[in-house]
Design a protein around this ligand. Structure first.
Ligand SMILES: [Ca+2]
Ligand SMILES: [Ca+2]
Length: 553
């Protein structure tokens, strides 16, 4: 068959398919979900986002300032650039941003190696630019969270320079020193082999070794020194006093070491309680813990009111891709189970499907849009505060050029337009764009009703102003088909049944329920559900999901 014949055949075959698709669209009848909230929804959201519980109802956005928008043409994203894009975030339905570290740094670990806790990295601007960002965000009712990296400083920090130069200086005891590359009261090595074989590095000037859980360029602070505790808590006060709404706390469980353990030991728990007490001196502040995936979030909450407001559920956030690969919801059930059973009253899960530490959500989804859509729905329909990682709303691909380390794959510049520079910067960006940015960019996706950006807008709009998604009770329903997840969310008179599929094929399942209100209409997605006695029957199309309203119509 010649090429022209093939083209004709394709044309002949394609036309009826398009016609059939149009008929199917007409048959389903449902208009596409709205991409912006009604004034009533927005008013309800504004009310929920006011007062000390705001963070339970907020949608957060993790932003890599370096890669978001460059205001001065040096190829590096900065605070003024971020400020200029706040309207995009507002329009998307974002209520709070968490910025990766923006303090001075030799950038050995992408800013998680801080050389000065109280000033702004000149790459990103100055304190005036920071103040302008906070003011502009607050004017739009967007809260601002900073990254708080307390376990270690950069080896370039003045404290460490002093400490490593002499055993008798002001900062001599601010780090963890030893005459040998070990210490009986420090019962741990590096956090993972990635950071080297030994957690101890020799300094000739002191004729001693210092301790580091991570790279040698990241010496651990000595939290057994009360001056370190006082200074770090004072730093927290400094930023809160500048109007920061809270913090994401980096590897917070690792502050203190002991002979028997180095993660969330009682001394660290006590410090976190002091940290919480500092936050509680300021109105409406919140903090979220970077948790250890092995420990899970529960230990970071304390009583529910005396430690973290939120803690990341990495069991879901980092492993959801496996559930889709295996077409099996079991590990999602086990990630969500502790939220229901182990958390103290008042605790709030923090849910994500992407971050600066792992490959892009698009890769975890095996480059299948439906998988990322189901995954982000789960993070937004379960009892949690969702965190969107910048660019995931566009399904930005993983980059392939690394400047610092392989995690740079998820740290490429935000593509705003399809043009060659993607309106990120007038200069060559500090790291190349991910492939596909001519399609996966804000302007192109904004105009495409089937884009990932449109889907995120629809999903965020669907949730907006409904307290049930932030704080409603959650119960998980065990089904006889492991390819489906089912759960109920309820607050006061508002209740929903959520069903999510991990399979490309149509699926049905039955589960036992008691006291479930009558199943009403589908309000999101597509599927069927009915109750017969204590049996709940659910049915989803392939790759599908559905949210059913429960209760009397
Ligand atoms: Ca710049
Ligand atoms: Ca430590």
């Amino acid at each position: 068959m010649g090429l022209s014949q093939l083209a004709r055949l394709v044309k002949v075959l394609t036309l009826p398919v398009i016609a059939l698709a149009m008929i199917l669209v007409n048959c389903s009848g449902a208009p596409p979900p709205p991409t912006h909230p009604t004034p009533e929804q927005q008013a309800s959201a504004d009310q929920l986002l006011t007062g000390p519980d705001w963070y339970r109802h907020a949608v957060f956005y993790e932003v890599n300032t370096r890669s978001f928008s460059d205001s001065n043409g040096d190829g590096i994203g900065d605070l003024a650039g971020l400020t200029s894009r706040l309207d995009y975030l507002k329009d998307l339905g974002i209520d709070a941003i968490w910025m990766m570290p923006i303090m001075p740094t030799p950038f050995f670990d992408s800013g998680y190696d801080i050389a000065d806790y109280r000033t702004i990295n000149p790459d990103y601007g100055d304190m005036a630019a920071f103040d302008a960002l906070v003011a502009a965000a607050h004017q739009r009712k967007i809260r601002v969270m900073m990254d708080l990296v307390l376990n270690h400083t950069s080896s370039e920090h003045a404290w460490f320079k002093d400490s490593s130069s002499s055993a008798t200086g002001t900062y001599a005891d601010w780090y963890v020193w030893s005459d040998t590359p070990s210490r009986a009261d420090v019962g741990c090595g590096t956090y993972s082999p990635q950071f080297g074989d030994s957690a101890w590095t020799f300094v000739p000037a002191r004729n001693q070794y210092y301790f580091h859980r991570f790279y040698p360029q990241q010496p651990d602070l000595n939290y057994r020194n009360p001056a370190v505790v006082a200074e770090t808590l004072d730093t927290v006060k400094f930023w809160l006093g500048k109007g920061v709404d809270g913090f994401r706390c980096d590897v917070i469980g690792l502050l203190f070491e002991s002979a028997t353990g180095c993660d969330m030991i009682p001394e660290t728990v006590d410090y976190i309680k002091q940290l919480r007490a500092v936050l509680d001196q300021f109105p409406d502040r919140a903090m979220v813990a970077e948790t250890d995936i092995g420990l899970g979030p529960a230990p970071y909450f304390g009583s529910g009111t005396d430690m973290f407001h939120m803690a990341f559920n990495f069991h879901y956030g980092y492993l959801w891709g496996l559930a889709f690969l295996g077409q099996n919801a079991t590990n999602v059930y086990s990630a969500l189970g502790p939220v229901v059973t182990d958390y103290p009253p008042g605790a709030q899960d923090a849910s994500l499907i992407g971050s600066h530490d792992v490959a892009r959500a698009w890769s975890h989804a095996s480059q299948l849009a439906w998988r990322q859509q189901r995954a982000v729905e789960i993070s937004m329909f379960t009892k949690a505060t969702p965190f969107v990682y910048y660019g995931d709303e566009l399904s930005v691909r993983d980059g392939t050029t690394f400047v610092v380390d392989s995690r740079d794959s998820a740290r490429t510049p935000m593509p705003w337009t399809p043009s060659p520079g993607h309106d990120f910067s007038t200069a060559t960006p500090w790291i190349p764009f991910s492939d596909g940015a001519d399609q996966t960019n804000v302007q192109t996706e904004d105009a495409d009703p089937s884009s990932m950006l449109t889907f995120y807008r629809q999903l965020l709009t669907f949730r907006r102003g409904h307290a049930v998604w932030g704080t409603g009770d959650m119960s998980l329903i065990t089904l006889d088909n492991p390819t489906l997840l089912a759960l109920v969310r309820q607050v006061a008179q508002e209740a929903y049944l959520v069903v999510e599929s991990f399979s490309e094929d149509p699926q049905q399942a039955t589960g036992q329920v008691t006291n479930l209100p009558a199943v009403g209409p589908v309000v999101w997605g597509n599927g069927q559900a009915s109750i017969d006695g204590t049996n709940l029957h659910v049915q989803l199309p392939g790759a599908g999901s559905a949210v059913f309203k429960l209760g009397a119509p």
